[in-house]
Design a protein around this ligand. Structure first.
Ligand code: AMP
Length: 251
């Protein structure tokens, strides 16, 4: 499963055509995956690993909102300003705003390199919108990976998480510390704690997950797309588990 292609997330952040030069994708296959799981379960870290191994692009709606916040500071549309407000408190952004952003990045969903959707869909309405769109474009999902972990472990993970403000790489003060404290190993950017990783926001986010996102597990089970993955343990082990589960699914 080694990547054959060169991909670039610029198209996802800029909302224009993806600036990729994908060949056929890994071993001739386009991996179109949704990563499900509660906040803090490690979807971003797994997406980085899967990106290296499968060649598909890591498309995170959370990264999109955080990037838009820095990029458009002072020039935000009312919808985007409302989205930022929701994000800071740990609440979900409206389905309309989220779908508008994803829809205008349709090139990334149609890209022959495939995609790893991280943080989207997060509600049944979003899942229906995605399904209708992908059916219309004739680019079916390969699988939906559901990362499972007990809640107390999730809280520990969220509170120790640090993110690079430049390249969005994910670290953890205990389990994945950077070589130099506060500095990203990948690009040298500054590591920050996300505002919504503060304790008051964590409980709101977990409740939003329970209420709005957890029902997607049954939704994708019914569509025979769900692959459950134990998210406990070192990220490399979880990634190896994921790759093994995908191999056996597509055999
Ligand atoms: P994440 O990085 O995926 O945890 O997302 C950070 C925040 O962005 C969430 O807590 C929401 O406020 C917002 N967000 C990201 N993706 C979505 C989505 N698909 N639906 C609604 N809100 C979202």
């Amino acid at each position: 499963m080694s990547p054959q292609n060169k991909i670039d997330r610029a198209g996802w952040f800029e909302g224009s055509g993806a600036d990729c030069t994908p060949d056929a994708g890994s071993a001739g296959r386009s991996w179109r995956l949704v990563l499900l799981g509660a906040p803090g379960v490690g979807k971003g870290t797994q997406a980085e690993c899967l990106n290296k191994r499968l060649g598909a692009c890591h498309l995170s709606t959370g990264d999109l909102f955080r990037d838009a916040e820095h990029r458009d500071a002072g020039h935000q549309s009312p919808a985007m300003a409302q989205a930022m407000e929701s994000m800071h408190h740990g609440a979900l952004v409206s389905d309309t705003t989220v779908w508008e952003l994803v829809r205008e990045r349709g090139d990334c969903l149609r890209c022959s390199a495939g995609f790893l959707l991280d943080g989207f869909p997060r509600t049944l309405a979003q899942a229906e919108q995605l399904k209708a769109y992908l059916e219309g474009e004739k680019v079916p999902l390969t699988a939906v990976l559901d990362y499972e972990m007990p809640v107390d472990e999730i809280v520990k993970r969220l509170s120790g998480r640090r993110i690079c403000e430049k390249c969005h790489s994910v670290f953890h003060v205990t389990w994945r510390p950077p070589k130099v404290a506060g500095v990203c190993d990948v690009c040298g950017g500054r590591l920050q704690q996300r505002e919504d990783d503060q304790p008051s926001s964590i409980s709101i986010r977990l409740e939003a997950y329970r209420h709005s996102t957890a029902p997607l597990i049954q939704y994708y089970k019914d569509l025979n797309l769900l692959v459950s993955i134990d998210a406990n343990g070192p990220p490399e082990d979880v990634c190896a588990r994921t790759l093994a589960a995908l191999e056996s699914r597509v055999k």
